[in-house]
Design a protein around this ligand. Sequence first.
Ligand code: GDP
Length: 296
Amino acid sequence: MVLAQLGGSISRAIQQMSNATVIDEKALNDCLNEITRALLQSDVQFKLVRDMQTNIKKIVNLDDLAAGHNKRKIIQQAIFNELCKMLDPGKPSFTPKKGKTNVVMFVGLQGSGKTTTCTKYAYYHQKKGWKPALVCADTFRAGAFDQLKQNATKAKIPFYGSYTESDPVKIAVEGVERFKEENCDLIIVDTSGRHKQEASLFEEMRQVSEATRPDLVIFVMDSSIGQAAFDQAQAFKQSVAVGAVIITKMDGHAKGGGALSAVAATKSPVIFIGTGEHMDEFEVFDVKPFVSRLLG
Ligand code: GDP
């Protein structure tokens, strides 16, 4: 189920409940079951959905709601709050400080949109007066350095990488050092991916992280990966200190659930979303407007 459909289904379920002559336990249960179904079809992890249902039932105790209270509004608000809670881990991510040295490491599977997102992130900050730089520590995928170089050149952002060096840790350290000397305030390290979760990838991420000591590790995830989102995000979180999430390809047939699951697995907020292949198709992610838009 694509994101817009998810919002539509939830709104419809609430509307149907509102149309009922009396909002009793059955009407509430029917509504919550509809919402549960919509969330599961959108690949939200089962446990998250079940917790949400339990929480809403706890908040909305129909017997306690005195007559005259607008039950529909209370239920609607509870659903809104629960969806916000699912997307908000409760603590903000590290925010880079302009003018200081910030090292930001990007991790994610191959094809997630990591390299594209590194440039988008750099470009976004450059437009706001930062001095970003890109380091290509992806020695696994042939052509990775060329891709980063091409993107960086287009955006006029300094870059560092090598065609011959095969040690990602060495490149990452050299690149970070070089740009520290050049007083760049946002040093972005792009790392390798693999097609699937593999021990060697996580070991490499651990080593690059240990050597470059990033201020922030951003996990990049393709919004269309479905139920695999939770495990994938958790696997990265277990090897490096993921502090923020960026969800890509939200312009496509995105399922909303991946974002919810990634937040739950990493206990980190979504900070941006990718909405296209171009450099400026990149948006700041805010929970409340996102959920409002979702619910229409
Ligand atoms: P990496 O292997 O993780 O570094 O992934 P890439 O950055 O090479 O991206 C893989 C593909 O996804 C490329 O064709 C990108 O143009 C595309 N891509 C990345 N982000 C987005 C996005 O937000 N929307 C769309 N439609 N495509 C994207």
